[in-house]
Design a protein around this ligand. Structure first.
Ligand SMILES: CC(C)(COP(=O)(O)OP(=O)(O)OC[C@H]1O[C@@H](n2cnc3c(N)ncnc32)[C@H](O)[C@@H]1OP(=O)(O)O)[C@@H](O)C(=O)NCCC(=O)NCCS
Length: 249
């Protein structure tokens, strides 16, 4: 039996991929699009695991990162609060139509958008969503769990510690709001995001890959060498599966 929304999600993913590719083509031309598509195919075939991280906000002592002057972090809970220039920054570097749709869908589901500013300029952003995920996840989240997703630092600000600063602030903000565990993941090929997350209070939970056999979706976990596990919460909840285990989703 498929989870609710499985087919809608599957067909939307394909439509979105086509839409993203055509947007990339109109901005960058044929040769660059072929290079990009072949890189995406290589990653999908040979480097498709995700590295999942967690942070126990209830028990872990979080160091407070003081932002250098000129930098500040803020969060918003709805489209109306998003300044036009920030919206433009967030939507103009890829398919604007798809980007608008994603932002609306996320706010509608209750996600918070976290912005890191350098002066008045938007340097980067990331999203948090409590108790659920936008797309099907590897395990169910508990009501006091939060998923962090879609982090982006604009190219001119990369390598300056913006992302760790933003993530650190988000974790503090969430802890103040009664969240007990946070989860985030990065593709195994994404060295920049992996290096960046290792500068934050997140711990690696394991690596996960998903695959389909005869239309059934399976999740395979490996590689939590330290045996680290997030704390169980009162409600139980997310309970990420034991490592080196395959289960059907
Ligand atoms: C991943 C990302 C959010 C990291 O943000 P950041 O603020 O640059 O993070 P950091 O400053 O901690 O740098 C992380 C790593 O980026 C790499 N890096 C350094 N300078 C860089 C530059 N000018 N351009 C690109 N990457 C750079 C380095 O590997 C660095 O690790 P190191 O400090 O150990 O050398 C950012 O690179 C980004 O937006 N990438 C595209 C979107 C993405 O992949 N998002 C994550 C998945 S949702």
């Amino acid at each position: 039996m498929r989870p609710e929304g499985y087919y809608e999600h599957f067909s939307m993913s394909i439509t979105d991929s086509i839409s993203r590719l055509s947007g990339y083509y109109s901005r960058n031309g044929f040769a660059a699009t072929i290079r990009r598509a072949s890189l995406a195919a290589r990653r999908a075939l040979f480097s498709n695991r995700m590295v999942v991280f967690y942070c126990d906000l209830a028990t872990q002592k979080l160091p407070m990162a003081v932002p250098p002057s000129q930098r500040k972090v803020e969060y918003i809970k709805g489209f109306a609060e998003l300044k036009p220039q920030d919206l433009h920054m967030m939507t103009s570097f890829w398919n604007p139509e798809l980007a608008h749709r994603n932002i609306s869908e996320r706010f509608a589901k209750g996600a918070w958008l976290w912005l890191i500013k350098s002066g008045d300029d938007l340097a980067g952003y990331g999203w948090s969503l409590r108790g659920l995920t936008i797309e099907p996840y590897y395990f169910p989240l508990a009501s006091e769990d939060v998923h962090l997703f879609d982090f982006h630092v604009f190219p001119q600000y990369r390598g300056q510690g913006m992302n760790p600063l933003l993530v650190g602030h988000i974790l503090h903000g969430l802890a103040r709001n009664g969240v007990s565990r946070a989860f985030i993941e990065a593709a195994e090929w994404n060295e920049a995001q992996l290096a960046s997350l290792r500068k934050t209070p997140f711990h690696q939970l394991g690596q996960v890959s998903s695959f389909a056999i005869f239309g059934r979706k399976f999740i395979h976990w490996t590689g939590n060498e330290n045996g680290e596990r997030p704390q169980e919460t009162k409600q139980g909840g997310s309970n990420a599966p034991a490592m080196a285990r395959t289960h059907e989703q």
